[in-house]
Structures are given as C-alpha cells and as structure tokens.
Design a protein around this ligand. Structure first.
Ligand SMILES: NC(=O)c1ccc[n+]([C@@H]2O[C@H](COP(=O)([O-])OP(=O)(O)OC[C@H]3O[C@@H](n4cnc5c(N)ncnc54)[C@H](O)[C@@H]3O)[C@@H](O)[C@H]2O)c1
Length: 345
C-alpha cells in the first residue's frame, strides 16, 4: 500500500458474512476505498455493490487487482483456491472460517498465506468479543485459582433454513461437514482461549437430519494440558426460535464465571468463594475488555488498521489452523466411537 492512501478493499463472495463485514467496515469510520467485488451469483454481487459502493468484477483476479486487502467470504470449499490467488498477488487476506473443508486444506491455506508474508486475519471473530475477553481475564486471575472444568453449549437451528437459508451448508463438498466445523470451530477456539491447549478429546456425533456427512449434534469431552477438563455440546436443531445461542460456564477453584445471553455483549457474571458477585454487560463490558488488553473490538477495523500499518493482524491463519487440528481430533474420535485422540499442540 502506498503512503497514507486509503486501503483499497475487495470482496470475494457477496453473501451474509460479506455483508456483515461491509457494515462493520462502515461502522469503523475508517477511510477505505471500496474496490471490486465478485460473486458467481450476479444478482448478489450487484445488490452488494449497490449497498456498499463496491464495483462488480467478472472474476476473482479482477477483484484482487483492484485492492490491497481482500475478504474471502465465499462458501468454505472456495477459500483455498481464492486465498492461493490473493497470496500469489501479495494482497492482504481476511479469510472466513473454516479455512477449508479438511485439515489438509487448512494446512495448505495457512502455509501459502504465511509463506507469502501477507497481512492476514481469520473470521474467528470471538477473539475480539468483549464477553470472552472479560471471561478469560476472570478465569486467568490468580484469585480464581486453577480452572477445573468448562461447560460449553452452542445451539442453533440448522442453517439450511430460516434467515440463513444456505443450501451449501447441507452439501458436504462445499461445507466439509456440519455443526462442529462450520459453526463450533469458534467454540473450539474459545475453549482453548479460556482454558489453554486441549491435549486430548473423546467425542460422539449424530446426524438427525440424515444429510450425508453433515453431522448435527456433537459432544466432546476435553482434557486440557493444564489439567482442566471440559465438555462441548454443539447442536443444529429445527427450533427456529433459537438462531444461535451459547452458554459457557468456567469452574475455577474459587470462582464461577458464566457467559450467557449474547456472546458479544454478555452478560458475563461471576461468583467468588467469598460470595462476591459481579455482572457486566453491554458498554460496561466493552470498557472492561478494552482495559484488559486494549484490543480493538471491531475485527474489521483491527484488520484494516493492521493492513494500513503493514503489521501483523490477529487472529491469523495460525490460530485458525490450531482450531482445525482440534476439530479434526474430535471428528477422528467420534468416527472411532469415542476413543480418546490426542491433539496436544
Ligand atoms: N465468522 C463467522 O461468524 C461466520 C458467519 C457466517 C459465515 N461464515 C463463513 O463465511 C463463509 C460464507 O458464509 P455465508 O454465510 O456468507 O454464505 P452465503 O451463502 O450467504 O454467501 C456465500 C457466497 O459465496 C459465493 N461464492 C461461491 N463461490 C464463490 C467464488 N469462487 N468466488 C466468489 N464468491 C463465491 C456464493 O455465490 C454466495 O453468494 C463460509 O465459509 C462460512 O462458514 C463465518
């Protein structure tokens, strides 16, 4: 990027998450140049361009030529070929999660992007969530004692319906698999963020919707390297009243911490052994998080500021690759009927 000219931003994919990022860029107030957008669904590309000020390009290479930083927001199977093109052109990359449909693909993508030396960030946006940042600080506080156990539940209606209406999430070739990879890769990342590296897993999965290769219920029992244990339950049901809900409880020796309600704005509540209780939500939670680590809460602002400054962004492909490794261990265990599988970093 030359001098202090606005970062030129392009989009590959013009669906739900591209629209979210575009809005977050607008909300950031950053001075960016809206460059190209490509989506094989021409109507989607046109609607996105009309709403955001991007210009429609006939293919990915034309988008990549127009920009300094490119958002890869296509369905999952397209991330690797698109990232390969962007990295070859030396452009900064924001790649949505999951990186790829398989662990091998994720390794390849992470390797290509890292070798190209381009600024990169991934869509594991909960790393920027005030709720998780405050919960992590509460758990890491020496006054809490050691973390003993974490209970993580994530459920949403299967997103081939409702406002997602995305048929590709029911297609193993494009999605890779179901609720664990497509959705709960966030949760796996947050479990390690809260309680440290997972050393081994034992898991079960089910396919209630009978969509080949798309599991819709997963439970995993986790052993953390630090001695804690945990459980993850990830469910894609048909209850359209529950679009996406998480509840996380961390039990430390002398503190209990809960994230409930909204996984960004909280509330986060805690109870200590001396009966002290705390509760933070919304603005107060965001202020507390900023005081802890100074991290920018808007992931898109963080990425584009890193691009403008030519410094590394967070979380990058290495963070996503680690989450893919734990996800792969969970699938391996489930395929083996729950046998323990190691996944120490
Ligand atoms: N970080 C998050 O919280 C989060 C949330 C939602 C989706 N995602 C991820 O974002 C990706 C897209 O999901 P979505 O919900 O926006 O899906 P979507 O169906 O709304 O949009 C995907 C778009 O990609 C387009 N596309 C397909 N191949 C393409 C190509 N080669 N080049 C350009 N565009 C192409 C499709 O036509 C479609 O319009 C998925 O990998 C998904 O897992 C992440």
């Amino acid at each position: 990027m030359a001098g202090s000219a606005p970062v030129r931003v392009g989009f590959l994919g013009a669906g739900l998450i591209a629209t979210y990022h575009s809005k977050m860029i607008r909300r950031s107030g950053l001075d960016v140049e809206r460059a190209g957008v490509h989506d094989p669904d021409g109507a989607r590309a046109a609607a996105f361009a009309a709403a955001s000020g991007h210009r429609v390009c006939p293919g990915p290479d034309e988008v990549i030529e127009t920009c300094d930083a490119v958002y890869i927001c296509a369905w999952t199977s397209e991330h690797l070929p698109l990232a390969r093109r962007a990295a070859a052109a030396g452009k900064a990359v924001f790649c949505e999660k999951p990186l790829a449909t398989t662990l091998n693909g994720a390794e390849e993508l992470a390797g290509i992007v890292a070798a190209a030396g381009v600024v990169n960030q991934v869509g594991l946006v909960l790393r920027h969530s005030p709720a998780f940042r405050v919960a992590r600080a509460l758990v890491a506080d020496p006054a809490a004692g050691r973390v003993m156990a974490v209970v993580f539940r994530d459920d949403q209606f299967i997103p081939v319906q409702g406002h997602y209406g995305s048929t590709w999430r029911g297609d193993v070739a494009r999605a890779g698999s179901g609720t664990l990879l497509e959705h709960s890769i966030h949760d796996v990342d947050m479990l390690e963020y809260l309680a440290g590296p997972v050393a081994s897993v034992s898991a079960r999965s089910a396919e209630f919707h009978a969509i080949a290769g798309i599991e819709d219920a997963v439970t995993a029992s986790l052993g953390f390297a630090g001695g804690a244990i945990g459980t993850l339950a990830s469910v894609w049901h048909d209850n359209l009243a529950r679009p996406s809900l998480r509840r996380v409880e961390a039990f430390c020796e002398r503190r209990h911490v809960v994230i409930d309600g909204d996984d960004w704005t909280g509330p986060v509540s805690w109870t200590d052994a001396d009966a002290t209780v705390g509760h933070l939500q919304g603005e107060a939670l965001a202020e507390e998080a900023a005081g802890i680590d100074g991290l920018e809460a808007n992931p898109d602002r963080a990425f584009l500021e890193a691009v403008a400054a030519g410094r590394s962004a967070h979380p990058d492909v290495s963070v996503a690759l680690r989450a893919h490794r734990v996800v792969a261990a969970i699938y391996e265990s489930a395929a083996g009927g729950g046998a323990a599988v190691g996944c120490a970093p």
